[in-house]
Write a new protein. Sequence first.
Length: 262
Amino acid sequence: MPQARKHLQKFSAGNIPLIIAHRGYSELAPENSMAAFHRAYEARVDMIELDVRLSSDNEFVVFHDRKLNRTSEGRGAVKNFSSRELTAIDNGSWFSRRFSHERIPLLRDVLPMTKKGMLINIEIKPDVDGRDDFSLEEEIVRLVARARAAHRVMFSSFNHFMMKAIKRIDSSIVTGILYNPIADFRHSPSQLAARAHADIFICSKYQINSDVVQDAHDSGCLVYVYGVRSERDVRRMISRQVDGIIADDPGMVKKHCASLLQ
């Protein structure tokens, strides 16, 4: 993985954790919306994290849930709709009527943000798979390459086999594995990362401790943590020396990081 190590430098800031906007700045705008991504950019965060699924016509769409119901005006499973149908759905009114103009984004429309200097963490939902002769991993790597964004994009998933497949396609791409405490509890971060050839170990704030960070760092793996919601959480993550903090309110994290690291 020597090529990936070169790119991995962008995904760590040494003693200062990267500030990562969870589904964009989802405290201020609808999650996984262009509005949330633009607010994250305006807040000068280091990275946006987003989720992708497949439409019925094999387009990568930015959406978290398997079904449309919770965060849009649509109903039913995302995979049953074409990209044209999905991008016509009101994706913001559930959050506030001010965002009624928001639509479900296509991944290809978000990738140009890397040209502005933004890093993007593309989380592929674990239950997504290709259809017929469509290889999800090959197609998403190809999409990122066409956008000339590979050097500023990382992939992550609870599906570690997916991440291993992406590494097999392009070893220079940075990948992260999300920790599932039910399925993965028998293995250390370094063991899980080695098995998937991953560069970053990602877990909840409830699963982080000094042993987890030490084990990952000793193997050359970075550590990102999600679910950070308070100054106390930020303080704890800094004391644990994590490499990235994923939060709905990255502005709060940025403010507390600045004061704690003065």
